[in-house]
Design a protein around this ligand. Sequence first.
Ligand SMILES: Nc1ncnc2c1ncn2[C@@H]1O[C@H](COP(=O)(O)OP(=O)(O)OP(=O)(O)O)[C@@H](O)[C@H]1O
Length: 575
Amino acid sequence: MIKVVKKASVVSALLAVVFMAFQVLADLYLPNMTSNIIDNGVAKGDIDYIWRIGGIMMIISVISIIAAFGNAFFATRESQRLGKKLRTEIYKKAENFSINKFGNYGAASLITRTTNDVEQVQRVMQMFLRLMIQAPIMLLGASFLAYQKDAQLTKVFLVVIPLVIVAVGGIMYFAVPLFRSMQKKTDRINLIFREELTGVRVIRAFNKENHETDRFDQANRDFTHTAIKVNTIVAFMMPLMTLIMSGTNIGITWFGGQYIADMQLQVGNMIAFITYAMQILISFMMLSMIFVMVPRAQASADRINEVLEETPDITDKKQPEEISLSKEEATLTFDKVNFRYADADSLALEDVNFKAKAGQTVAIIGGTGSGKTTFANLLPRLHEVSSGTIRLNGHDIRNIRQHDLRELIGFVPQTAVLFRGTIRENMRYGNVEASEEQIWQALKIAQAQDFVLEMPDGLDSHVEQGGGNFSGGQRQRLAIARALIKAADLYVFDDSFSALDFKTDANLRQALQQEIQNAIKVIVAQRVSTIMDADIILVLEAGKVVGKGTHKELLDNNKTYQEIAYSQLREEDLK
Ligand SMILES: Nc1ncnc2c1ncn2[C@@H]1O[C@H](COP(=O)(O)OP(=O)(O)OP(=O)(O)O)[C@@H](O)[C@H]1O
């Protein structure tokens, strides 16, 4: 918790504390003046005294109000700033996570950590700056002043304080573990909800709405059940404290009345004593609220820290090599490349070797799970090779800044992701300075020009979140165009032609061949027809390259390739 809260500004926090100190001092001083006004003004009928002290009390009250406002302002501002800072830090950290790390946490948990967990810490920070300081000062100050007013009456506290400790302790004992578990349950609700939203089509197609609703209901019920339980327990706090406060009041009045009758105590002092007693009990209540909230926020702070303290598994070298666009000089080399996922027993890619030069097309083909996407992800360093070397334009890609490397690569992922906005904004994601002409040229190569032209708003047509208002094939073509808009030495298409019909697929490949002549193209595909013209075809089987060559060579002498090819096309189509 301290690690997280330390990120707040010391100056603002100090200002909040100073204002709070003024407020507490004013609040502690007022009962003393009330006692004076009663004993010296009211009892003796001294109207001047009442006016004078009354006036001073008004001024002190105004100071108390200003101090309370100042404290609230700085406490709120600093806690909000801390929240903003934490959200930004988590976001930046998560943005740089490798695909592996991202998968370990899961999107739902990262969202809960950025929103709910940060809110918990923010709330405690605000409370800390308001109550955490107020409560102890008030407790000590009020105890001291009460003792000064009448030492005999403090014996009431011998009964009251143990009672308060038992009541508050009991409530905390039951509530704190429940508060802790609520954070995990919030995570679970977010996870299920997110999964259901992203998988809504599958859920409907399989008629699993009821099953999913039950799953969500169960998590929701579990969370609500815990929340009700914990709030019921905490709800006892108020009536219990009111009971104790009333009891204290009666005790003080009972003993105080006797002392007044014996002329050992003045009425004003008794009234002041009652106010101090209430302040002592309120301080206990504030402290107990802090003790209830801190463990819950501690759980949140731990979850935030877990993300912030992650060491990135893919980092830039301290003195990276400089690289720039090579155009016709581009080269790509895989030298004994192996890759293993962190939690896997076997290699996902084993001993991959090849060389490609500017203008060439490298194709990767293989069955599902053979390692094709893994291969594609190694190129922009979304994963880091376990051993061996990948060289782009002669540079080991581990020696280049990730940013510089990715500037040289046009990447089309397996799932075409578009962002909410317009087609033009999505296209400019690839190159912010792309001219109108460049955008249309990229759309033309990607075979997306026609359908964009047909849309009433053309490039200004609206794109829904994830590109939901486009067909799978249209999304793929827009994602391809977005990558092509970028001047790159290497274009990677991870199964990016799979949703295209054969004719569009062929036209696209032809356009790529004609228009993108200098760059190296890496095409991952399941369809032989997509990669027939490639200069180098790598056939993957369980992560191993079981064939390497051109379509003709492989068709003549590679059994795996023959099996794939003959299962998809007729013999005459393969020539
Ligand atoms: N994050 C991961 N952690 C552990 N193993 C993984 C992970 N991602 C993929 N794998 C495993 O690595 C192997 C290769 O997966 P990859 O996604 O590269 O296959 P693919 O050829 O692209 O398959 P597909 O054509 O179905 O997309 C598979 O056995 C898969 O189970």
